[in-house]
Design a protein around this ligand. Structure first.
Ligand code: AMP
Length: 393
């Protein structure tokens, strides 16, 4: 008999976890699910042979607007979760209508996929964030700049990530105003104050069906061209208390059942929440080696109604491997594999495009600084090493 959801909301091992999205987050989620004896179905949104689909029991490689494919996904799944939020959530509504638990709920995903709703929610919950306003024209952007005394960051309300679909506006520079107006013409847009921050931090938090919350502590992040470059665990007790407190507040306000990442700016004078991802996040990758229960373990546990694990992290750091690392050929992986304590993760993507997340390195160290030094040094050595000779066909 097919495994089913018990009255307490528990989805027992053996069941199929349906994952919306086929990327690397789904791939690492599948590894955690398999460890606990679950099976995985991936709904990719169109692509075939995706990072998650390659390791899942089922890969449904069809667009999200394919009603037949949605039916097939719901049919094969016992519970549904998400590895990417910029999707049409109708599949979640349909899964729920068919009686499946959908965790996090589709409404929560809709809140997080629209910067206007997300910021309204933060405002209602009393969570600090940068001043913002919806804008729809160059005039409104200039009025905003006048009102807030300077520059603005104009962001597409939907679909933007990794700094994409954003324009920094200097009211004295008409080109930046025109570029922002073009964003407004393409869809709903917000203007936001430019935050002068000391550092960017994030907290990955898990909340279970019964409202229990566990976090992985705080990580400090650096970005290059809007894309996360490194993450390192943080031991500053004041920052940890403040940032985890805000993340718990967000998880409770959202009535989250699942895992979320809350990204924040540390202004030196307090924290401002920038963005919420209703799923594991690349700033939480280091939890795979640094915590007893990783962010992906916690996603399986929350989605299946199981008790949460211990998410506390040892000092650790992560360095992302983008497509650029392949610029002069296939890297010689022995350079990092031979280093003590360096963990290599490759996402199985065949085409190393610039800016594309292809993998990451993690080091667990004696201190955050030491872990960060070792992981960035390992990446430097990898990039500097002679490339492997191409394999002859
Ligand atoms: P986002 O797509 O909102 O996560 O933004 C990507 C990156 O842009 C962030 O990680 C920050 O480095 C930067 N950024 C976003 N919003 C702001 C802001 N209001 N002020 C300053 N920098 C920002």
């Amino acid at each position: 008999m097919a495994p089913s959801t018990s009255r307490s909301g528990v989805v027992a091992p053996g069941a199929v976890i349906g994952v919306v999205g086929g990327g690397q987050l789904g791939r690492m989620l599948a590894a955690a699910a398999h460890q606990l004896g679950y099976r995985v179905a991936v709904f990719t949104g169109g692509e075939t042979d995706t990072p998650a689909g390659r390791v899942a029991e089922y890969e449904i490689a069809a667009p999200f607007d394919d009603a037949e494919a949605r039916r097939a996904f719901v049919e094969v799944s016992d519970v549904v979760t998400w590895e990417f939020e910029n999707v049409d959530t109708v599949v979640g509504d349909e899964a729920r209508a068919a009686g499946l638990p959908v965790r996090p709920a589709p409404e929560l995903v809709r809140t997080c996929q629209d910067r206007r709703r997300e910021r309204e929610m933060l405002g209602e919950a009393g969570v600090p964030h940068a001043p913002w306003s919806p804008v729809s024209s160059a005039d409104e952007i200039l009025t905003w700049c006048d009102m807030w005394g300077g520059r603005a960051l104009v962001k597409a309300a939907r679909g933007g990530y990794d700094g994409k679909s954003q324009q920094l506006v200097d009211p004295a520079d008409p080109r930046t105003v025109a570029a922002a107006a073009a964003l407004c013409a393409a869809g709903p847009t917000i203007a936001e104050s430019v935050v002068e921050f000391h550092r960017e931090v994030s907290v990955v938090v898990a909340r279970s069906l019964d409202g229990t919350i566990v976090d992985h502590g705080v990580v400090v992040n650096t970005h290059v061209d809007g894309i996360l470059d490194t993450s390192v665990t943080c031991t500053d007790p004041d920052l940890v208390e403040a940032a985890t407190g805000l993340a718990w507040q967000v998880a409770a306000a959202l009535e989250l059942v699942g895992v979320a990442c809350v990204e924040m700016f540390d202004t030196g004078d307090g924290l401002l929440v920038n963005e919420i991802a209703p799923r594991p996040h690349n700033s939480g990758h280091l939890t795979i080696e640094a915590a007893a229960a990783s962010q992906f373990d916690q996603q399986v546990r929350t989605v299946c109604g199981l008790p949460l694990g211990d998410g506390r992290c040892r000092p650790a750091a992560m360095a992302q491997l983008l497509g650029e690392v392949w610029d002069s050929g296939d890297p010689d992986w022995s350079v990092v594999l031979a280093r003590r304590g360096v963990h290599l993760h490759l996402y199985g993507k065949s085409e190393p495009r610039r800016g594309r997340k292809m993998g990451h390195l993690t080091v667990v160290g004696d201190s955050p600084d030491e872990a960060l030094e070792r992981v960035t040094e390992a990446r430097r050595a990898l990039i500097a090493a002679p490339r492997l000779a191409p394999v002859s066909p």
